[in-house]
Design a protein around this ligand. Structure first.
Ligand SMILES: NC(=O)c1ccc[n+]([C@@H]2O[C@H](COP(=O)([O-])OP(=O)(O)OC[C@H]3O[C@@H](n4cnc5c(N)ncnc54)[C@H](OP(=O)(O)O)[C@@H]3O)[C@@H](O)[C@H]2O)c1
Length: 331
């Protein structure tokens, strides 16, 4: 297992990874521990992290070599598989290293990679998170964690009250935390669909989205209120040169994992199926630069409104031409 003051590493500085890594680096600096070593496909995304005292590593394999505990926050299963393959193929001794994946991936991926790493006496923990980039910035994420108990104990001091406000321990079966995350996202995605429908209702009936947003926030809580704000502020379809808060393809990947488990275990997720269909239609229409809540654009189209609202970007890669078409058959 890692030494008492392990060297911590971080790979993945996207919407979630960067604020999480920054909180971790602040914690390490405040506690006079060795600075975080970080890497990312686009290394320049680490400039603010570097300004906090963290140290860049050009390659993932170099990061692995220099660190006892390596956090990853990357988009999907393929990227995680590739990173673990690189770590195993790299020249460094993996024995006693702990890999902590905070991304949302399929439980089978965790199971397989955990077994691959165990052959090299390394441990993989699954530690996915609940909450978006703004919550990550405040250190208020909810984490789930699973895997070897001693490894969980070694990393939890870098999570609780550092990057997250709550850590749910799902036990020694490494894939359990991933299972919880996929299950939790059934609620996240379905809630976005419900909030989108309520806001189309408010606009089409003349009630207005402001009153509806107040109700959603006061009555259904800050998370539902936040989803409503993504719609009314227009960030469901952000400017093309920005990174969406929770990219639509990430949410489609999460829905795919949940739906595949439904098929595998013989149960149905009809609400999620509908939201998935709307997310895919939104991506077909507006491209990749959309937030997961962009099913709202399709719900708008089904009510003969434009995909774009007054605060979103207007058109985009595909939108300008398609917006002039009859929207009835969009889904
Ligand atoms: N956003 C949310 O609200 C949210 C909430 C909970 C969980 N999650 C999950 O957390 C994970 C990260 O989400 P995110 O929103 O931070 O994603 P993101 O903004 O798209 O960032 C993805 C990160 O992975 C890197 N990356 C992408 N493709 C890669 C590749 N082929 N090889 C190596 N690195 C690659 C990106 O590098 P570049 O900087 O070079 O692009 C970036 O650092 C996902 O699994 C997501 O489902 C997201």
């Amino acid at each position: 297992m890692a030494s008492e003051k392990p060297q911590i590493g971080w790979y993945g500085l996207g919407s979630m990874g960067r604020p999480m890594a920054e909180n971790l680096q602040r914690h390490l600096a405040n506690n006079h521990e060795r600075p975080l070593i970080y890497s990312n496909r686009t290394l320049s995304s680490g400039e603010t992290l570097k300004a906090l005292g963290a140290v860049p590593a050009a390659e993932f394999t170099d990061l692995v070599k220099r660190c006892d505990i390596v956090f990853t926050m990357i988009p999907n299963d393929d990227v995680l598989q590739r990173l673990v393959k690189l770590a195993i193929a790299g020249s460094s001794e993996l024995s006693n290293k702990i890999f902590v994946d905070c991304s949302t991936v399929h439980p089978d991926t965790i199971k397989k990679l955990s077994s691959d790493l165990a052959k090299h006496e390394a441990v993989l923990l699954s530690a996915p998170v609940f909450g978006g980039p703004s919550v990550a910035g405040t250190g208020g994420l909810v984490f789930a964690i699973s895997g070897l108990e001693s490894a969980c104990l070694a990393v939890e001091k870098y999570i609780t009250n550092v990057m997250g406000r709550k850590l749910i321990n799902c036990g020694e079966n490494a894939s359990n935390a991933s299972l919880l995350k996929i299950g939790g996202n059934i609620i996240t995605i379905s809630l976005m669909e419900a909030v989108g429908e309520a806001q189309v209702f408010a606009e089409k009936t003349g009630l207005g989205t402001e009153a509806m947003e107040q109700l959603i926030t006061e009555s259904f809580g800050a998370i539902a209120g936040g989803y409503s704000k993504r719609l009314t502020s227009g960030i469901y379809a952000p400017p093309l040169d920005t990174r969406p808060g929770f990219g639509i393809s990430l949410a489609i990947k999460d829905a795919k994992h949940a739906l595949s488990m439904g098929r595998e275990h013989d149960f149905k997720l009809p609400g999620l199926e509908l939201a998935d269909k709307h997310m895919k239609a939104a991506r077909d229409y507006g491209g990749e630069c959309l937030d997961s809540s962009a099913m709202y654009g399709i719900l708008r189209q089904q009510g003969n409104l434009s995909f774009w609202n007054e605060n979103s970007r207007q058109g985009g890669e595909y939108g300008e031409t398609k917006d002039t078409k009859d929207h009835a058959g969009a889904v």
